[in-house]
Write a protein that binds this ligand. Structure first.
Ligand code: PMP
Length: 436
C-alpha cells in the first residue's frame, strides 16, 4: 500500500482536474456532475460514496473480462514484482509467449507476426506505415464515421469531425459508411452500393493505387455500426485490386466481444492483411498490437521502429491472462448469449419508447439510437443526453456515441450476466419513462 495521501472527495478531484488538467482533457466528460470511481469488480463499479453501478461501458471497452479480474491482476502483480519493465531490445519470454498466443488466434494457413505498442492509436499509426512501406503507395481509405485514435496519423483516418484537429497528415480518402439504418443509400441497402462507392473513390479521390483501407469490423464511436454481409470481404477484394492492404481495426470488436467469433472480421470470412488490436487485450493494462503476415512486415526491417513500452512484460503478462480467461471462462459464449438476451430487451424498449429509432449490434456490442421522428430519423441528441443522465439514477454507466451523439453504446465487460440483463433493461426503461 502506498502512504501517499489520496483525497477521495468528489469536490477535491473536480477542483484538481479543473485547475491542473489541460483544456484537451476537459471536454470528454460523461455526466453533468462529476463522478469519482473508487472500486471495480467484474461487471460492477462503486463510486467514492459507495454506490454500486453496472458498467455497460467497460471503461471504454478496455475491461474485457472484468474489472480487476483476479487472474489478470495476479499475473500482472507477479510480473511487476519481478521485473516491471524490460525494453524491447532485450529478450523476455512473456511478450514472446503472448506473440505466439495471439498469432494462434488468427486465421490458419498464414505466418502471423506481432509488433506490440502502448496503445491502439500507435498500433494504427504503425499499420498505416507498414501498409505504405509494403505497397509503396501513399493513399489510404477510411470510413466517414470511423474512429481510429487521437494521434495525428490516427486522426487522419478518423472521419468523425469532432475528433479531428488541425494539422493532420493527408493522403486519406473517405468512403460512405455502410450504415444499414441511415446510410446514404437508404435503409437495408446491403453492401453492394457501398462497395461501388469504394471503387468510385479509388478512381476519383486517390492516385488509383492505394496503400490500404482501414475498417473497424464493428464501428465503436461511430455508434455500433455493423458491416453488412459481404462488405468486409468485398472491400478487401477491391482494395487489393488497387494494390492495397485490408486493415481490420479490432480495437473495440475483438477478443470475442461480437459473440460469434474471436475477431469481428471473421463474420465475413475475410482474412485481413493487418489486424490492429488494443483495449481489451490488456483488460485495463496499457497494450496494443499490430498483427500482420511475416512477408508484409518484412520491409520494415530496413529501419528502426521502437515503442518504449511496447512489449512491456507487465502488460503482456496481463494480456496472456486475458487470453487464458477468455478460453477458460467461455467469455465469447457468454457475450453471445447474454448479448442476445440484452438485444431482445432493447427491442422491447423500442416497442415501448417512441424516442428509440433503432436497436442494433451483436454480442456485447450493442446500441440504441434516438430520433426525433422515426420517419425522418432526425437524430435526437437532447433525448440521448437526458436518458444518459437518468441512467445515473438507475446506476447504469454507458456512453453517448455516434457522429451526432445520439446513440447510447453498450460494451460492458464480457462477464455481464443474464441477471444483469433484467436490471439493465429495467433501469433503461426507468430512464426513458422519467423523460415524461
Ligand atoms: N481504434 C478504435 C476502433 C478505437 O475505438 C480506439 C480508441 N477508442 C482506437 C483505435 C485508439 O486506441 P487508443 O485510445 O488506445 O489509442
Amino acid at each position: 500500500m502506498t502512504d501517499l495521501p489520496i483525497d477521495w472527495t468528489t469536490e477535491g478531484t473536480a477542483r484538481r482536474r479543473d485547475t491542473y488538467y489541460a483544456a484537451t482533457q476537459t471536454k470528454f466528460v460523461p455526466f453533468k456532475d462529476p463522478i469519482v470511481f473508487r472500486k471495480g469488480q467484474m461487471q460492477y463499479l462503486w463510486d467514492a460514496e459507495g454506490n454500486k453501478y453496472t458498467d455497460l461501458l467497460g471503461m471504454n471497452v478496455c475491461i474485457s473480462v472484468g474489472h480487476s479480474h483476479p487472474k489478470v491482476v495476479a499475473a500482472a502483480q507477479a510480473q511487476a514484482a519481478d521485473l516491471t519493465h524490460c525494453t524491447t531490445m532485450f529478450y523476455h519470454p512473456v511478450p514472446a509467449h503472448l506473440a505466439e498466443e495471439l498469432a494462434a488466434t488468427m486465421p490458419k494457413g498464414h505466418d502471423w507476426v506481432v509488433h506490440f505498442t502502448n496503445s491502439g492509436a500507435e498500433a494504427i499509426d504503425l499499420a498505416m506505415t507498414i501498409a505504405r512501406t509494403y505497397t509503396g503507395n501513399l493513399d489510404l481509405l477510411a470510413l466517414r464515421t470511423a474512429y481510429h485514435g487521437p494521434t495525428a496519423a490516427a486522426q487522419s483516418v478518423t472521419g468523425i469531425s469532432t475528433w479531428r484537429h488541425p494539422g493532420m497528415p493527408g493522403n486519406v480518402a473517405f468512403v460512405a459508411d455502410p450504415n444499414q439504418y441511415r446510410g446514404i443509400f437508404g435503409e437495408n441497402a446491403g453492401a453492394a452500393p457501398y462497395l461501388d462507392e469504394i471503387e468510385r473513390t479509388i478512381a476519383t479521390a486517390t492516385s488509383g493505387r492505394i496503400a490500404g483501407m482501414l475498417v473497424e469490423s464493428v464501428q465503436g464511436y461511430g455508434g455500433i455500426i455493423e458491416m453488412p454481409e459481404g462488405y468486409m470481404s468485398g472491400a478487401a477484394e477491391r482494395v487489393r485490386a488497387a494494390g492495397g492492404l485490408y486493415i481490420a481495426d479490432e480495437v473495440q470488436s475483438g477478443f470475442g466481444r461480437t459473440g460469434d467469433h474471436m475477431w469481428g472480421f471473421e463474420a465475413d470470412g475475410v482474412v485481413p492483411d493487418i489486424v490492429v488490436m488494443a483495449k481489451g487485450i490488456g483488460n485495463g493494462f496499457p497494450l496494443g498490437a499490430v498483427v500482420t503476415r511475416k512477408d508484409i512486415a518484412a520491409p520494415m526491417a530496413e529501419k528502426f521502429m521502437f515503442h518504449t513500452y511496447g512489449a512491456n512484460p507487465t502488460s503482456c503478462a496481463a494480456g496472456r491472462a486475458v487470453l487464458q480467461v477468455i478460453r477458460e471462462d467461455e467469455v465469447q459464449e457468454n457475450a453471445r448469449t447474454v448479448g442476445a438476451a440484452l438485444l431482445k430487451r432493447l427491442h422491447e424498449l423500442k416497442d415501448k419508447h417512441e424516442a428509440i429509432g433503432d436497436v442494433r449490434g451483436r454480442g456485447l456490442m450493442l446500441a440504441i439510437e434516438m430520433v426525433k421522428d422515426r420517419r425522418t430519423k432526425e437524430p435526437d441528441r437532447e433525448t440521448t443526453s437526458a436518458v444518459f443522465e437518468n441512467c445515473r439514477a438507475s446506476r447504469l454507466i454507458l456512453s453517448k456515441s455516434g457522429p451526432t451523439q445520439s446513440v447510447l453504446r453498450m460494451v460492458p465487460p464480457m462477464c455481464l450476466s443474464l441477471a444483469d440483463v433484467d436490471e439493465v433493461a429495467e433501469g433503461l426503461d426507468r430512464a426513458f419513462t422519467a423523460l415524461g
